[in-house]
Ligand binder design. Structure first.
Ligand code: PGA
Length: 260
């Protein structure tokens, strides 16, 4: 399956830089799915700036509710209406900063799918959990709690179902919390072991759909390490924070994925 390289801009980016960023990506890479998730107000402008290029745009979160009195929240329906295709859910920064639980993430994923957005559900252990030998247990529990049973259904994705096979439209991102933004990454053996654990858990939980879902790696992926990380078995792409902010860096990583 083609790899996905997804950029998570977090609370970065501005209108000013969009045209040159989009222009650089437009001259970019084939053979890989590219996705950029900017802050909410930049989703529409980035879609416009990207024009007919195949680069997709997504959100970094969405509300559980469809509409109503929820000040500050943004619904999956509205995100889909303005052209977002994917939504990152349960990122460790949201789990930590906004006390998001796995069951909330699961409800958001269910709502996102009903609206036609493809969820990218993030899981990952903290450093103390890894040092205590609990990394796999923690990640398995996050998967068990965060994935809605709809993930097992083929064709449950509304309008986004047109994008391709079910497995391409429900993604997991394994992001060890201690590797995010720190420049540290797990060893290739540790990433391979965790991705194998996640694959086995997905198949047990979801059957056939779990066999084809892409599992992204995230945490300090950069141009210098992307080639090695993207070759690890069961790594189906990457979720990139800091290195997605510069189009040149993002494109080097995308090119590494396309060569895989
Ligand atoms: P990073 O962030 O690439 O800056 O480590 C990854 C992420 O949080 O998705």
């Amino acid at each position: 399956m083609r790899q996905m390289i997804a950029g998570n801009w977090k609370m970065n980016g501005s209108l000013k830089g969009l045209a040159s960023y989009a222009g650089a990506l437009a001259r970019g890479v084939t053979g890989v799915d590219l996705l950029i998730c900017p802050p909410f107000p930049l989703i529409g402008p980035l879609i416009t700036a990207l024009g007919s290029t195949p680069v997709m745009v997504g959100a970094q979160d969405c509300a559980v509710e469809r509409a109503g009195a929820h000040t500050g929240d943004v619904s999956a329906e509205l995100l889909a209406e303005i052209g977002a295709r994917y939504v990152i859910l349960g990122h460790s920064e949201r789990r930590a900063d906004h006390a998001e639980t796995s069951s909330l993430v699961r409800d958001k994923a269910r709502g996102a799918m009903a609206a036609g957005l493809a969820p990218i559900i993030c899981v990952g252990e903290t450093l103390s959990q890894r040092e205590a030998g609990e990394a796999e247990t923690v990640v398995r529990a996050q998967l068990a709690g965060s994935l809605p049973e709809e993930f097992a259904q083929v064709g449950a994705l509304g309008q986004a179902g047109a994008l391709g096979q079910a497995g391409a439209l429900r993604l997991i991102a394994y992001e060890p919390v201690w590797a995010i933004g720190t420049g540290k990454t797990p060893t290739e053996a540790d990433i391979a072991a965790m991705h194998a654990t996640i694959r086995a858990a997905l198949q047990k939980q979801l059957g056939e759909a779990g066999a084809t879902m892409r599992i992204l790696y995230g945490g300090s992926v950069k141009p210098s390490n992307a080639g090695a990380l993207l070759r690890i078995p069961e790594v189906g792409g990457a979720l990139i924070g800091g290195a997605s902010l510069l189009a040149e860096d993002f494109l080097v990583i995308a090119a590494a994925a396309a060569q895989k």
